[in-house]
Design a protein around this ligand. Structure first.
Ligand code: HEM
Length: 408
């Protein structure tokens, strides 16, 4: 890669640093369940802090940094120094705010904190500022890609769509903020808004943008006849797909039907992309694509309400989230980073894959699917020990990346 690409390597390294912090928070959760939490920390707050930092401090800036690295090649025009500077400022703000909101979530969760005489929902406020910074990114991106309307390749269209879903997801987050500030307690509304945010953010912004990066590094795949059909299905189904994870019994049947139709479109669209990329891309993509296939198939299964109720009772949510977010999204980010900056700067991908598979397997005995006769304390202990693997690998990846980036 060129010097231009190396300009954004700091974003990758900073994101990795925050992955390590967020994953260590996951370690704290698993060991905390067995041994208790230090300093009066509470499980729910720690969980919010973990997911918040993973979303806002790891995946979001890592995707943005990789978009910026590949943008000049995809659009065939360099980023102007002015746009580079603006992107740099936005990314620095995103990093600072994500760590600040993480600390606030750890200490207070969504509870208001006392600041002088005032009682302020500080974590919600910091997270809201973070979203304003995303809008800043979108604004500069729009300016940097203006005028390409007739010639927007697949990668760019997927990034456009990913950013549009980021805005849609943020409307859910604003909604959650309003319900917190005005103390509104409608459980269905709260669940719908939370899912609009979490699911549209992960399935829309994360998945579409990462697929865009996959096509940027594998341009020959974009010419496949299924590529734009799969893209259309994904974009059409995505706005309602969040309703699939809202508890089935709390939705009117008609709304649930719309959710199922949307889920069907997204599931087929994802499978289209999996087949195209499996054939055209390097073997490094096999690992994230297997997890995307698992996620796409589960998404198709839960379009059937009876099976969705079964999935809710099986407590598969945490597994499902980590197949998508750790297996596909984080695994896929590492593949793109390795292709972009080479193995000297992004080493240990295989070790990451191995430790993630172990972590994900240890989640199964924690669910009711595991025979009670084989349970006991050991599943919790195994799940706790398994969280250490990816953290150690990422510390090594971070340290080697840092050393390699200092060498001329
Ligand atoms: C080594 C990596 C990771 C570890 C050790 C880890 C650990 C955990 C743990 C222990 C929980 C709580 C599960 C429960 O309550 O039963 C959790 C939940 C969660 N994690 Fe992770 N995780 C990791 C990676 C990720 C990544 C990469 C993401 C997103 C990009 C993510 C997003 C989430 C979300 C959204 C939840 C659910 C939060 C909630 O229900 O409030 N995790 N994780």
């Amino acid at each position: 890669m060129t010097n231009d690409a190396n300009k954004w390597f700091w974003v990758w390294l900073s994101g990795l640093g925050l992955f390590i912090l967020a994953a260590s928070t996951g370690v704290l959760m698993r060991f905390g369940i067995i041994m208790g939490f230090p300093y009066g920390l509470q499980y729910t707050n720690v969980r919010h802090a973990h997911s918040h930092l993973m979303y806002f401090g790891w995946v979001t800036p890592a995707l943005m940094g990789l978009i910026l690295t590949w943008l000049p090649r995809v659009t065939e025009r360099p980023l102007s120094p002015q746009h580079q500077k603006q992107f740099r400022i936005v990314l620095i703000i995103i990093f600072i705010l994500s760590v600040a909101a993480y600390s606030a979530f750890m200490l207070y969760g969504y509870r208001p904190a006392s600041v002088g005489d005032l009682s302020l929902p500080i974590s919600t406020i910091l997270a809201s500022f973070n979203m304003l910074a995303w809008y800043g990114f979108i604004f500069v991106y729009w300016r940097a890609t203006k005028g390409l309307e007739r010639k927007r390749p697949l990668s760019l269209r997927l990034w456009d769509a990913g950013l549009a879903f980021m805005v849609l997801a943020s409307l859910g987050a604003w909604g959650v903020a309003v319900t917190v500030i005005f103390n509104m307690r409608d459980p269905v509304l709260s669940a719908a808004l939370t899912h609009l945010f979490l699911d549209t953010f992960s399935e829309g912004w994360f998945v579409l943008t990462l697929l865009g990066l996959a096509y940027a590094v594998t341009p020959q795949a974009a010419t496949h006849p299924w590529a734009s059909k799969s893209e259309n299905l994904l974009i059409m189904g995505m706005p309602v797909v969040f309703l699939l994870t809202v508890p089935v019994t709390s939705l009117p049947p008609f709304v649930r039907l719309i959710a199922s139709i949307g889920g069907l479109m997204v599931g087929i669209g994802l499978w289209g992309n999996i087949v195209i990329l499996w054939r055209a891309s390097s073997s490094a993509w096999r690992f994230p694509l297997v997890f995307l296939a698992l996620k796409a198939t589960t998404g198709l299964i839960i379009t059937i309400p009876t099976l969705a109720i079964w999935a809710e009772r099986s407590l598969l949510r945490v597994s499902y989230l980590h197949w998508l977010l750790l297996g596909f999204v984080s695994g896929g980010l590492i593949v793109v980073a390795e292709i972009t900056w080479e193995k000297t700067r992004v080493p240990a991908r295989r070790w990451f894959n191995i430790t993630v598979v172990i972590l994900i397997l240890t989640l199964i005995p924690l669910t009711p699917l595991w025979p009670p006769a084989l349970s006991g304390m050991w599943p919790r202990q195994a799940a706790a020990v398994a969280t250490l693997g990816p953290v150690i690998v990422m510390i090594i990846m971070f340290a080697k990346g840092l050393i390699a980036s200092r060498q001329p």
